[in-house]
Design a protein around this ligand. Structure first.
Ligand SMILES: [Zn+2]
Length: 161
C-alpha cells in the first residue's frame, strides 16, 4: 500500500504475518520486525489488528520529523563528548531513546487519528501490556532524553563570572 505523509514524503506499507509492516520511506528500505504491533495487537480480532497496526505504521511516517528533530536536538546538545567509550555509550543510549520516542509518537498517532476506536477495541479486548507499553516507552523516551542531556551538563566546566 502506498502512503503519503503530511510533509510530502511517500512510502510503502506492507502486510506481513497479519500485521502492517513499514517497508520503505522515500528511497530508504526499512526492514524491521513489527515488534510493537506484534505485542500490542496479539489478542485482537483480525479487523481491529489490521486497523491499529496500519495506523501505527502510518504513524511512523507521520511522526518521523518529530522523532528526528528530537534526536537531532539531543545530538546537538551532546555533540561534545568526553571520551570515546563515553561517546559510544552515549550513542547506544541515543539509539534506544530514538526508538522509544518514535514508537511512542507512532502509537500516539494511532490514538490521535482514531482514539474512539482505540479505546473501544481495547475495552473489548483488554491488554495488560498496553499500559506497560505506554509507561516503559514514555519512561525510556523521557528518562533517556533527560539522561543524555544531563550527562553533558555534568562534564561542562563550571562557568566563571
Ligand atoms: Zn512501531
Amino acid at each position: 500500500m502506498n502512503v503519503q505523509s503530511w510533509y510530502g514524503l511517500t512510502g510503502e506499507i506492507e502486510v506481513e504475518n497479519d500485521l502492517w509492516h513499514l517497508v520503505r520511506i522515500g528511497n530508504v528500505a526499512l526492514n524491521y520486525p513489527p515488534i510493537v504491533n506484534r505485542i500490542l495487537r496479539r489478542g485482537l480480532p483480525r479487523a481491529d489488528r489490521w486497523r491499529l497496526s496500519y495506523l501505527h505504521e502510518f504513524g511512523h511516517f507521520q511522526t518521523l520529523p518529530f522523532a528526528l528533530a528530537h534526536a537531532l536536538f539531543v545530538v546537538w546538545d551532546g555533540r561534545k563528548r568526553r571520551s570515546f567509550t563515553g561517546w559510544l555509550m552515549w550513542l547506544a543510549t541515543l539509539a534506544v531513546m530514538h526508538k522509544a520516542v518514535w514508537e511512542l509518537t507512532s502509537e500516539a498517532y494511532v490514538v490521535a487519528a482514531d482514539g474512539a476506536a482505540y479505546r473501544q477495541i481495547y475495552r473489548n479486548t483488554p491488554d495488560r501490556l498496553l499500559p506497560i507499553f505506554w509507561t516503559v516507552m514514555g519512561g525510556l523516551g523521557i528518562g533517556l532524553s533527560g539522561w543524555l542531556i544531563r550527562e553533558r551538563r555534568l562534564v561542562q566546566p563550571p562557568h566563571r563570572l
